[in-house]
Design a protein around this ligand. Structure first.
Ligand code: PLP
Length: 408
């Protein structure tokens, strides 16, 4: 496709106004919003206000005067429509890994007669590490991992919880959430989904898909900034029976009664642990505001068009040099695309030197994320053109870097 044609697609794009909500450096093509979302225009001013006015002037009164104490649920309520969840089923807290630990442990605690956490081979490492850590703590518990295609039949009466990442961080392959939830429930097991690569890019409906538990990153498509707090989701009907293993005072029924014994709060608040991180919550709040006025169906539709255009362009221009490592069917794919190249690391470094920012994943994958709110069709064509130039001239061969960009 010629750039002019791609620009015409951009002019007709219903999301075209959204790009102005972000600060993006001129000339850079940022295809890593699946790792760290771009900076929203509103974030610096909002953070300055929270720091200077709320913290600087109103100090401790801000816990009530500026609603700091409610921030984990207030910001969560903004996220709810993006996930198809009820506001009272979500909380913003901690990191994804910590939220995962809390919910995995709580889930296992409701099924003491069962001994298996079932997960996928090649799941994101933190998910497996957290499960391994819990296995060390709980006598008799074990972690079983299976290839994706064997998961549904691998769920049995010994499975306490099925722990999966909805969109695979390498290939972007999507699990059929509703089908796996149904298979788990048929065996009496719970499901815990990591939505880090789905939230804000893929239309989710946790309620109709009968999802039990979920967690996800705030700093990827949700644009919450580096180290943004994560979210956790617990279906309303499960909240009363689940106990957080990190029973801190903020999850107490009456934190300011300073009672000696722990008594969990009613509802989702019981999954809080310590004092919420107000500055990072404010940044995530601004990140979620970038979605205002757009539906997740519109966002997902653009995601699929962007990634499909990229695959088509790359394969047409340099299909002999790289191999698609993502599902070909757009409905089976999240919002990023990976290609395999034997020298993927050097190719990505050459791309980054040419201001096309993606990332590299072992063993040989160059990965490109498409954030529908700010990436354009013209950027997609331009990125494919630059990749073609790098591959056909083998300029990556001269690009030897010792330091690899550290991106998650
Ligand atoms: C699927 C998935 N889960 C979890 C994480 C990271 O978790 P945390 O925010 O605890 O570092 C990532 C980071 O890239 C991820 O891709």
């Amino acid at each position: 496709m010629r750039i002019e044609e791609a620009e015409a697609l951009d002019s007709a794009d219903p999301l075209r106004e959204a790009r102005a909500r972000f600060r993006l450096a001129q000339g850079m093509i940022y295809l890593d919003g699946n790792s760290l979302g771009a900076l929203p225009q509103a974030t610096p001013e909002l953070l300055a206000r929270v720091v200077e006015r709320e913290w600087g002037e109103d100090l401790i009164a801000s816990w009530n005067a500026h609603g700091w104490i409610d921030a984990p649920v207030r910001v969560a309520a903004k996220l709810a429509p993006l996930l198809g969840a009820r506001p009272n089923e979500l909380l913003i807290a901690d990191s994804t890994s910590v939220c995962l630990f809390k919910l995995l442990s709580a889930a296992v605690g409701t099924r003491p007669e069962r001994s298996t956490i079932l997960s996928q081979q090649g799941n994101f490492p933190t998910d497996l590490y957290v499960a391994q850590g819990l296995v060390e703590l709980v006598p008799g518990l074990k972690l079983v991992t299976l290839p994706a295609e064997q998961l549904a039949e691998g769920i049995d009466e010994d499975t306490a919880v099925v722990l999966l990442t909805h969109v695979d961080y390498r290939s972007a392959a999507i699990h059929d959430m509703a089908a796996i939830n149904a298979a788990a429930h048929a065996q009496g097991a719970l499901t815990l989904w990591d939505l880090s690569h789905s939230a804000g890019a893929i239309a989710l409906d946790l309620q109709s898909d009968a999802c039990d538990l979920a967690v996800g990153c705030g700093y990827k498509y949700l644009n919450g900034g580096p180290g943004a707090p994560a979210f956790l989701y617990v279906a309303e009907q499960l909240q009363a029976e689940l106990r957080s293993p990190l029973s801190g005072w903020m999850g107490h029924a009456e934190p300011f009664a300073f009672a000696p014994d722990y008594r969990p709060a009613e509802g989702i608040a019981r999954f809080l642990t310590g004092t919420p991180s107000i500055l990072t919550l404010a940044a995530l709040d601004a990140g979620l505001d970038t979605f205002a006025g757009f539906s997740m169906e519109q966002i997902e539709a653009k995601s699929r068009r962007l990634s499909q255009l990229f695959i088509d362009e790359v394969e047409a221009r340099c299909g002999r040099e790289v191999t698609l490592a993502s599902p070909r069917d757009p409905a089976q794919r999240g919002s990023h695309v990976s290609f395999a190249h034997p020298n993927g690391d050097a190719v990505m470094q050459a791309l980054i030197s040419s201001a096309v920012i993606g990332d590299y994943r072992e063993p040989n994958l160059i990965r490109f994320g498409f954030a529908p709110l700010y990436n354009s069709f013209a950027e997609v064509v331009r990125a494919a053109e630059i990749l073609e130039g790098i591959l056909t001239t083998r300029s990556w061969d001269q690009t030897r870097f010792s330091a690899r960009a550290r991106v998650t």
